[in-house]
Design a binder for this molecule. Structure first.
Ligand code: COA
Length: 182
């Protein structure tokens, strides 16, 4: 049976859409940048081929478990980041979110805009109950974005993520679909 079309999310400045092979060039500038990758769950990419393969994987999805969106500039449709839900748990209607914005486009509110649209989709269209974020304790940008979108910090998961040979702690944050925004 054919898969239903990939849902598109539109914001004032962004279009969240399915990845295409030609997005690899823009995304590689994110995934190869040591600053952007400092708190990511893999080391920076060293070869464009790694990103080309990653984009092919992200074009695919298992809607009950994970889905990736290319975050594209609404004007010219260039890929300037990614957003995803993953580790979906059907019975408990929860998922984790991931996101990244190209270093040249950071600090303009685009991350908040993209993730805000994703949160709206997950609560309204997917009718999820709980969304989680796992954030490195020193990732101030991501922690600020999470606070702006009403996520609450629930604790510190020690030695939770292994990147290369290094174990990292991660903060657990969550927002429930009936949380009130303070
Ligand atoms: C996290 C990330 C997506 C934020 O994207 P962005 O487009 O810069 O975010 P915004 O412009 O919407 O800013 C969100 C908040 O973070 C703050 N912020 C952004 N960059 C920051 C930085 N380098 N240092 C401190 N605060 C920062 C902003 O001031 C804003 O806070 P406010 O709402 O209190 O004003 C981006 O920094 C990124 O791609 N980081 C690398 C990948 C990553 O770590 N992803 C998250 C994994 S959990």
């Amino acid at each position: 049976m054919a898969k239903p079309p990939h849902p598109e999310l539109q914001t004032a400045r962004l279009r969240l859409r399915r990845f295409r092979p030609e997005d690899a060039e823009g995304l590689h500038q994110c995934l190869a940048d040591p600053g952007t990758m400092r708190f990511w769950n893999t080391p920076p990419h060293t070869r464009p081929l790694e990103t080309e393969r990653a984009v092919l994987r992200m074009m695919d999805c298992t809607p009950a478990y994970y889905r990736f969106w290319a975050v594209a500039d609404a004007q010219d449709d260039r890929c300037i980041g990614l957003a995803s839900y993953h580790d979906g748990h059907i019975r408990s209607r929860r998922a984790d979110l991931g996101y990244m914005i190209h270093p040249a486009h950071q600090r303009r509110g685009l991350g908040t805009e993209a993730v805000g649209a994703l949160v709206g989709f997950c609560f309204t269209e997917l009718r999820l109950h709980r969304l989680q974020l796992l954030i490195h304790p020193e990732n101030t940008a991501s922690l600020a974005l999470a606070a702006r979108l009403g996520f609450r910090r629930e604790g510190l998961l020690r030695g939770h993520l292994r990147v290369g040979e290094v174990w990292h702690d991660q903060c657990l944050l969550a927002r429930l679909n009936d949380d009130t925004m303070s």
